[in-house]
Design a binder for this molecule. Sequence first.
Ligand SMILES: *Cc1c(COP(=O)(O)O)cnc(C)c1O
Length: 382
Amino acid sequence: MSINQSTITTNGGIRSTFVEVNLPQLSRNLDAIRGVVSPAKIMIVVKANAYGHGLTTVAKYLDPQVDYIGVAVLEEGILLREIGVGSPILVLGGIWGDQIPLYIENNLTLTAPSVERLAQINQAAQAAGKKAKVHLKIDTGMERIGVHYYNAHTLQAAALKCKHVVVEGIFSHFASADGADLAHAKLQLERFNEVLHFYDKHSLSMPIRHMANSGGILQLPESHFDMVRPGIMAYGVYPSLAPKRTIEVKPTLAWKSRVVYFKVTKPEHPVSYGSTWQTDHDVRIVTVPVGYGDGYFRAMSNQTQVIIQGKKYQQVGSICMDQIMVNIESDSAFNGDEVILIGGDENGEKVTVEELAEWAGTIPYEILTNINTRVPRIYISE
Ligand SMILES: *Cc1c(COP(=O)(O)O)cnc(C)c1O
């Protein structure tokens, strides 16, 4: 959905709670990443609705700016082909045998995590009269999908015999590249390098090697190889507090709503479900139409702050499914006033994804990917 800002109304048309995505900032973030990793190529990861930014618009916009697109599941890849995305697309997750023809039909690159799956891919490609493009997945210390590094040669050797498969790439994934302690990440890197020797040893051409997620991009330059796979950093959010912010990126998403109701609340009149908060003096309370049904986690109740008229205010009482209450004390606010849930305003006040993650007891990734589809996305293109 692409809607001009002037079409946002409080009394009709689009819902007054929405996410605003700044597309050019996405490009600037990618440029910043490219500046550091070049000549390595960039695979933008757009799984989980492009980290909440809206899969189709983001992928369409970035299609000409990236070398590769990474998704988690087959359905995401098929959707991107249906809307005309032309970049190579790697499905990073696990595969089921009966889905393989769909990958081939839609020209999606498969993750080959085992000898058995590789054989199935080869067979399906032969049946389709096509060559299947695969990236071999090596498990160097995540214990998720992929062949163990100590057995990797079996997969690498098997691939040489698969006539209907092209091994375009080989990759691994870090378990903790965004932490302060990089010992495990470095061990993983060492194991991956060991696995790659196979190609030199047998005088074979090297497939596209890739390993770095946002943490690896920031903290382990040796992991950039031929391609990097930025997710969260491309969206302007750092993977955790630990890494030095050596690449400057800025958030590409703001979450906004509007005041929908105003009342004065007296002492001994607790606010919201479960009566978890009450005042000891008369306060002004405004209601904002957003709740955990949108992905504004209930776990953040009585902790979050929002910005109204350039000032931060405390959300009070339990977060409801569709509404929250905010204490503006003796200040004034009017129906229709903008409420910033994530983002900044002209006065320099801001609420960050990191803060919401802290309030909810989770990580920024979970905040972004849980803003659900009931919340319309609006795109700023300049
Ligand atoms: C999600 C994912 C990424 C991107 O990770 P970020 O930490 O968001 O940069 C890269 N590679 C794989 C395999 C992933 O699953």
